[in-house]
Design a protein around this ligand. Sequence first.
Ligand SMILES: [Zn+2]
Length: 604
Amino acid sequence: MNKRYVSKFMLLCVFTQLFLYVAPVLSQSTVLPSTAPADLILHSGFIWTVDEARPQAEALAVRDEYIIKVGNNAEVLKLKGAQTRLIDLKGNFVVPGFNDNHVHFASAAQFFWNTQLMDVHTDAAFVQRVREYVAAKPGEPIRGGGWGAYEQWELGASKSDTKKDFWIPDRKLIDAITGDTPMFITKFDNSLYFANTASLKRASIGENDPDTENIAHIRDANGRLTGAMRIKNAREMAAKFLGGDQQPDHQKRIAMTENALRLIREAGVTSVQDMSDHEQLQIYYELLDKGRLTCRINFRYGLEFWEQMRALGLKRGFGTGMIRLGAVKGHIDGIMGTSTARFYEPYDSDPEKNNRGRWRPLTWISPDRPTELNRGPFTQMMINADAAGIQVTVHAIGDEANGVMLDMIEAMTKANGAKDRRMRLVHAQVFAPRDFDRLQGLGIVAEVQPFHLSDDMRWMEERIGYERCKGAYAFKTLYDKGATLSFGSDWPGTTASYYPINPIYGIYAAVTRQTVKGTPAAGWFPEQIISVAEAIKAYTRGSAYASFEENIKGTIAESKLADLAVLDTNLVRTQPANWLDERGAVKVKTLYTIIGGKIIYARK
Ligand SMILES: [Zn+2]
């Protein structure tokens, strides 16, 4: 680091440990005199800065990776030189690049490589989707599926609802399209599987074979195999139906990653905070070396890796602006979708079984008692990680899980003393009223994904009753009681629910508390509605704060990284109902995505 900047740097960093990434920001943005021309100027727009000092602007200028000027057209256009690229925004809307606090990148990459049939429940849609897949990836074994998810949704009811005549695929529809390419896909809830004729042959299943202990075939009116079946040993059978190794090799994972990066760019997202496997991290580095990584990555290992991280000196702030490590993620309970989130009282939908959900099996702590939360050792891991300078983040969904988490955070704070640790409560979905007041003073980040609300509200009251729902997805109360709100998507979701990467869904959910179809009219527990400005802030500055990076990104201000999204819709001047079409799909378009001053996506 250049000596000139040391004193500035020390001033900025004395209370934080931002050494590794603040230094380059200063050294590069102060090298050229401020009168040197800009590389890029965006002008004549509605720039929503998320910076309280100047909430709105008309133009901005970028040099190298950084924003060097924010202001009106006249002020900013003074920085235009012979080489400056100008973009006339034509009144369009600019926000800091969205920062998604929670993605499962490797799962998403695989999910989008496979066929996607969640919205498919007709012959015509099935045929079309298979045809598209075969055209795009000729010869690639056809996996994935998820058919019937939307059909079930459209019933608007819980998982326990049954309908006898659900749509079921038939191999005669697609055999001519798939030919010799094997195809093995699943219904969204894994209640049925489907193989084409090529796959049935691979598994040596013939037309006249009887059902077996593990496989019950669905036959048509003439007794012919449709290819649909119930399977007990599905994982084992997948290998037979598809043939070969089930795990994609490294080259395929790189291709999957690039495909997923494209979807992220198209959504105006410039940073994601990921929880994937080690190979995914290696792929990010490989793409970074080749100049092909188009999204900033914050990567979290599991909490159980804290010791290895400490041994290697990996702690908060480690890495560069493109790939950063330094946080760990643990889990203490299940999820709402399967009624496994842990509550103080039983689920209303399951009173006989006295089901209160369950603690996350922590086999590495208590192999003999995997269903108990082993509080002492779990808390001790948090304390150890925190003491080593590693940021601790833990998944808690049910009200008891969140209450217990607060106990653990209090214990951690007591053991290691007060400091700026920004403990992240991951999901924080349902809070008991008495626990909200405990947030004050703990400096917690609520790492929430508001689209869960649009999705889950359809059955939340049936599961946990009206009273408990008052504390569900309670973004306003979490904020009022002292948590910092950070937003993200949980992309790509579960087998039953797809959580899109597009931040508009999350912002829409937080500001309307409606399903994507606009119900209920006044919003679900509307007292928890937050403003569009607050929602954008949570999806930009809030997520930058969550990863200790608010000094370099999350707002549009001078000396911040030039990470920007340009949208065709002014989110603060339009009604959220206009952001979605009648089918509930986002119609707001990303026009440009810019990262570190580079245009990585421009809509054609
Ligand atoms: Zn998740």
